[in-house]
Write a protein that binds this ligand. Structure first.
Ligand SMILES: [Zn+2]
Ligand SMILES: [Zn+2]
Length: 439
């Protein structure tokens, strides 16, 4: 017992030492050619959400080779790889596997030429435009290091390769398929995402909310159709829907506490067929974003009230009131970084990488279903951090003005994959050792 304690003390001391940092850095550099080969393979052969069969098989094989006990087909194509290594915390390390329906235009030698049909039935090009290929390569890199260092830590590693992040269903599918009951339940959860807003090889993190609640809302605005020459005999749904779009702007600007953050965007407005026909219906598609359940409900209630109120003002009959549908199945909840894990890990990152490579960043209004693991049991400490992917020369060329660079999901997004994978593999290892290696 005492020996174990001493060993842990020594390790805690050693992990903050320049020697440990250099040794880990060197080991990851040695792994890098393999990890880059895996990355290029994944990049060239992307698969759409909930269709990640080849990808999952590759990752399962990597984990098996490393000695993990691997289960495939969890929540669709999900992979769970467990390494029990004595008493201690249980750490979940997650990579997401899916690519996007985007036709790649990076011009990279290993660019994707894959085409596929999504689960929604839309055929398109397929690309790892969100960088999940870098996530998977770094996940393998961290697994290799942690296996190599297994004498220096104690606990259980649960590596998961998650499907369907881009359509917001994968984390829930894995949870519903028994992720926390069929396998060791985590005390801690870790992940990273590549960033198109940070220079290559830097790390960003936020404490508390990191990404937002994301709701998709459909609105069917019904009117009374007729001839375009006789508007007085109709109730024009296009004029009504236009008023609704304008009024929705005040939900955030006039009704919300100015210190709260939220977004209401009407991303689609469809109506009508011909110049001289007043249609009897218009359809709006909205994305609604917030950080708290209270603001979320305030916005969703406000959307229903504005729709109904404007319809009444337009004289629409009671049986033709707008139909507002919140797509609950597609809801992505807020992603929270818990304070103690986040601050402790950020400190470790600073001493490992140097303070100039680690910065606290603001939360964003993007969505990410990683937050579901923590929300399934708020006792689980959770952190998702960013690893910068913008190639240095491109960053310098625009002086850090990322609005002039491709964003995530752009067909032109080509991160400095070596920098992302090396930094992230190292960072995940440092963060995991912080959880599993402490006395
Ligand atoms: Zn994405
Ligand atoms: Zn992503």
């Amino acid at each position: 017992m005492r020996r174990k304690f001493l060993a842990a003390m020594l390790l805690a001391f050693a992990m903050n030492s320049p020697l440990f940092a250099q040794a880990l850095d060197d080991a990851v550099r040695q792994d890098l050619p393999d990890l880059m080969a895996l990355y290029r393979d994944l990049h060239e052969n992307p698969e759409l959400s909930m269709q990640e069969t080849r990808t999952a098989a590759l990752l399962a094989a990597e984990a098996r080779r490393l000695g993990f006990e691997v289960t495939e087909g969890v929540g669709g194509t999900g992979v769970v790889a467990v390494l029990a290594n004595g008493a201690g915390p249980t750490l979940l390390l997650r990579a997401d596997m899916d690519a996007l329906p985007v036709e790649e235009q990076t011009g990279l030698p290993f660019a994707s030429r894959v085409r596929a049909t999504s689960v929604a039935g839309v055929e398109s090009g397929v690309m790892h435009a969100c960088g999940h290929d870098t996530h998977m390569a770094a996940w393998v890199g961290a697994a290799r290091r942690l296996v190599a260092m297994r004498d220096d830590w104690s606990g259980t590693l649960v590596l998961i390769a998650q499907p369907g992040e881009e359509i917001g269903v994968g984390a829930r599918a894995m949870l519903e398929d028994g992720l926390f009951t069929r396998f060791p339940k985590p005390t801690h959860a870790l992940a990273f995402h590549d960033s198109a807003s940070l220079p290559a090889g830097t790390i960003g993190y936020s404490v508390g909310p990191a990404l937002a609640n994301v709701d998709s809302v459909d609105m069917q605005v019904r009117g009374v159709g007729g001839h375009g020459a006789y508007p007085h005999t109709t109730r024009d749904p296009i004029v009504l829907a236009s008023r609704i779009v304008s009024s929705l702007q005040t939900l955030v600007s006039r009704e919300l506490d100015p210190l709260e953050a939220a977004v209401v965007t009407v991303g689609s407005f469809q109506a009508g067929t011909k110049h001289n026909i007043i249609s009897d219906e218009a359809r709006l598609l909205l994305t609604v974003r917030s950080y708290t359940p209270e603001v979320r409900h305030q916005l969703l209630d406000g959307i229903r009230r504005v729709a109904r109120g404007e319809a009444i003002a337009a004289g629409v009959p009671e049986d033709r009131m707008p139909v507002v549908t919140v797509r609950e199945a597609e809801f992505t909840p807020v992603t929270l970084n818990t304070q103690s894990l986040t601050e402790a890990t950020a400190d470790r990152f600073r001493s490992h990488f140097g303070a100039d490579r680690v910065r606290q960043v603001r939360p964003i209004m993007g969505g990410e279903d990683f937050g579901r693991y923590h929300l399934a049991d708020p006792a689980i400490e959770s952190l998702i951090f960013w690893v910068g992917g913008v190639p240095r020369e491109r960053w310098d060329a625009v002086d850090g003005d990322v609005s002039r660079l491709p964003s995530l999901h752009s067909p032109f997004w080509a991160p400095d994959a070596e920098a992302v994978i090396a930094t992230a593999a190292e960072a995940l290892t440092v963060a995991a050792m912080g959880v599993l290696g402490s006395p």
